[in-house]
Design a binder for this molecule. Structure first.
Ligand SMILES: *[C@@H]1O[C@H](CO)[C@@H](O)[C@H](O)[C@H]1NC(C)=O
Ligand SMILES: *[C@@H]1O[C@H](CO)[C@@H](O)[C@H](O)[C@H]1NC(C)=O
Ligand SMILES: *[C@@H]1O[C@H](CO)[C@@H](O)[C@H](O)[C@H]1NC(C)=O
Ligand SMILES: *[C@@H]1O[C@H](CO)[C@@H](O)[C@H](O)[C@H]1NC(C)=O
Ligand SMILES: *[C@@H]1O[C@H](CO)[C@@H](O)[C@H](O)[C@H]1NC(C)=O
Length: 424
């Protein structure tokens, strides 16, 4: 008996040991072979950390899909938040402020019916801030309606970034026959410098006809206004566009991949479609010093609804109008991507996870032509880098992954992984 028990325990210990070895191996292999996971911790990248402890509530099983992503294995998720389905339970916990303005039925009123969202068939007006610069005919010039409208948040001073985008991923000749519109979104700067910038911006606008601007102060806290201006523009001037992407001016966007591999012009355009880097189960950041601080008075809920990182999200044209209309009855939040998520929750449009997790990156993916020919967004680019990488990618299109394969062939262990990656 004694012997048997001990024997059995030794076996169990051995098994555990082997399992942990295997775990370490899987981890290491991922570290080496995870091309879309640069040496940087994922949370350093960007506004991702809305809530210090607001972890991704993923269904992280020891599944192939979960193992693609190291941090999903490391972080033990607490999926207390069940997507958007039952947000009303938060309301029941009395998390909404008693003094809440009834005009701004607060966030996530999952219990409100569509009709309360605002009359979706109603007339769209330009909203409280008049357009200073507009391109009302940009869309109709383009017959038939464009396949993709790019909305790029930018500030007046970022001239270089706009020029780099015009020459690279925002160049309308990326998809010349499909219809592809690029618009930069701006507010207005104050002061003498603001006036000077405004004059230069107006000249730029006359030259390129790709700038829209409304009369609100261009500030970080007004970013949501900028996004809503974009939604408003599409609803008002380009309602038949098949798809829209909202992104930032420090991004690399592989528009070709986006159009031909993700959206696929040969298919019928989707409706109620929204995708990007899905942020599921994030908690509001309650640290007052954080850039992403969310005052409890403004958003009392414990979790945000699923939203897509503002560094780049894509949606079907119909959604622009719906979001704009929903926003008319939803309290303003300065975090634009969270705000759009709240609008979507109210509209009961669930963001679609992208076909693979490495398409939409809100951090910077270290450059290789192979990786960059298989992703849609990468974050944190200086205009010069954008030009450099874009041109490299264009001139290596046909052989983008050849070097990658050579490297892989040189390492043992990796053949299986290489095969999987190539399949993407
Ligand atoms: C494992 O991943 C596959 C897709 O890769 C998915 O269809 C399946 O539901 C997942 N299983 C679990 C248990 O999450
Ligand atoms: C939503 O929450 C209510 C109570 O808060 C519960 O009765 C209901 O079953 C929940 N629905 C889902 C889909 O979880
Ligand atoms: C939804 O709201 C209505 C009133 O607007 C209320 O009568 C109903 O009980 C609510 N349903 C849930 C599930 O909270
Ligand atoms: C866009 O691309 C075309 C073709 O590659 C090129 O001729 C044109 O100069 C580009 N536009 C800009 C603004 O760089
Ligand atoms: C946002 O813009 C409005 C309109 O210009 C301005 O009154 C307000 O102060 C701005 N808010 C912030 C936080 O910059």
């Amino acid at each position: 008996m004694q012997w048997r028990r001990r024997h059995c325990c030794t076996h169990a210990a051995k098994l555990l040991y082997l399992l942990s070895l295997l775990g370490v191996l899987v981890f290491l292999v991922q570290q080496v072979w995870q091309p879309r996971f640069p040496g940087m911790p994922w949370w350093r990248g960007h506004p991702v950390v809305y809530g210090g402890g607001g972890l991704h509530a993923t269904k992280a099983k020891w599944n192939t899909s979960a193992s693609h992503s190291v941090w999903r294995l490391v972080i033990v998720p607490q999926p207390t938040f069940k997507a958007d389905a039952n947000i009303s339970s938060q309301e029941k916990r009395g998390v909404f402020p008693p003094q809440a303005d009834p005009n701004f039925e607060n966030n996530l009123a999952a219990n409100t019916s569509q009709s309360e969202v605002g009359d979706l068939s109603g007339t769209i007006t330009q909203g409280p801030f008049p357009y200073i610069l507009n391109e009302p005919n940009k869309c109709t010039e383009n017959r038939p309606a464009p396949f993709l409208v790019l909305l790029i948040a930018t500030e007046a001073r970022q001239v270089e970034a706009r020029n780099a985008i015009r020459q690279t991923w925002g160049n309308e000749s990326v998809a010349p026959t499909l219809g592809f519109i690029r618009l930069f979104l701006l507010g207005k700067k104050e002061g003498e410098l603001g006036l000077l910038q405004q004059r230069m911006l107006e000249a730029e606008s006359r030259r390129h006809h790709d700038i829209i601007q409304q009369d609100f102060l261009d500030s970080y806290k007004n970013l949501t206004l900028k996004t809503l201006m974009g939604m408003n523009w599409v609803a008002l001037h380009c309602p038949k566009a098949s798809y829209v992407m909202k992104t930032d001016s420090d991004m690399f966007v592989n528009t070709e991949y986006l159009i031909y591999k993700l959206l696929k012009p040969e298919l019928r355009p989707r409706m109620n479609y929204f995708t990007g880097n899905n942020m599921r189960g994030f908690a509001p950041n309650r640290n007052k010093n954080s850039k992403w601080y969310m005052p409890p008075e403004l958003y009392p809920g414990e979790k945000y609804p699923t939203f897509c990182s503002g560094t780049g999200y894509v949606f079907s044209g119909d959604v622009a109008r719906k979001i704009y209309q929903a926003s008319l009855s939803i309290r303003y939040l300065h975090l634009e991507d969270v705000y759009v998520g709240v609008c979507l929750a109210k509209l009961r449009i669930e963001p679609t996870p992208p076909p693979n997790e490495f398409l939409f990156n809100h951090w910077r993916v270290s450059y290789s032509s192979c990786k960059y020919s298989h992703l849609i967004t990468s974050h944190g680019f200086h205009p010069n880098e954008l030009l450099k990488y874009w041109h490299h990618l264009q001139s290596n299109k046909r052989s983008a992954c050849l070097n990658m394969f050579k490297e892989r062939a040189g390492k043992p262990h990796s053949n299986r992984m290489a095969g999987e990656k190539a399949a993407h």
